[in-house]
Write a protein that binds this ligand. Structure first.
Ligand code: ZN
Ligand code: ZN
Length: 178
């Protein structure tokens, strides 16, 4: 049987891997995040403490360095000689999530992971279940699928979350696992 040639996928619908340098925030975006958090704390009657803003500052500083869990962020702050309690880091992350500044992910690990949620473009995740490596990608096809599905139900898309769980073909030789 002749080998059937795979049709080439047009570039407009290809998956594109997202790299760290794609995630750098502008100063304007950082200022906007601080303003959003200030407004949120006031509206929800939480105190605008210095510690809470130190946590936000560290979150913004970390953008481009991957997803983080609460303990990693706490360790970053301790390393930077910022006086803060672990409990404050945990509770502030919850507030930042409620304020829409960060997104919480459950990548089927025992911890929740966070990342900033207001930067563009919207991306999705490919998780290696063997070594836990998380890659980010953007695929325009997902955007048309979500619109198509929501349109059929007469709804307007607000957001989506899509995760692919996969394993490296040769565990132990995974480039992410070195
Ligand atoms: Zn792997
Ligand atoms: Zn991500």
């Amino acid at each position: 049987m002749p080998k059937t040639k795979q049709p080439a996928i047009p570039e407009a619908v290809q998956s594109k891997e997202l790299h760290e340098e794609d995630r750098i925030l502008s100063n304007e975006q950082k200022q906007q995040a601080i303003a959003t958090f200030t407004k949120f704390l006031t509206q929800e009657h939480y105190r605008s403490t210095e510690e809470r803003f130190k946590v936000l500052e560290m979150v913004l500083h970390r953008v481009g360095h991957g997803h983080f869990n609460a303990d990693e962020l706490y360790a970053n702050m301790v390393m930077s000689k910022i006086r803060i309690s672990r409990a404050t880091v945990y509770s502030t992350l919850e507030l930042l999530e409620k304020a829409g500044i960060i997104i919480k992910h459950n990548f089927r690990t025992d911890r929740s992971y966070y990342e900033v949620g207001f930067d563009e473009p919207h991306h999705d995740h490919l998780i290696c279940v063997k070594c836990g490596h998380i890659s980010e990608f953007v695929n325009p096809q997902l955007l048309s699928i979500r619109k198509q599905v929501a349109d059929m139900a007469g709804l307007k898309v607000v957001d989506h979350s899509f995760q692919i769980f996969a394993e490296c073909p040769e565990p132990g030789k995974c480039p992410h696992n070195q």
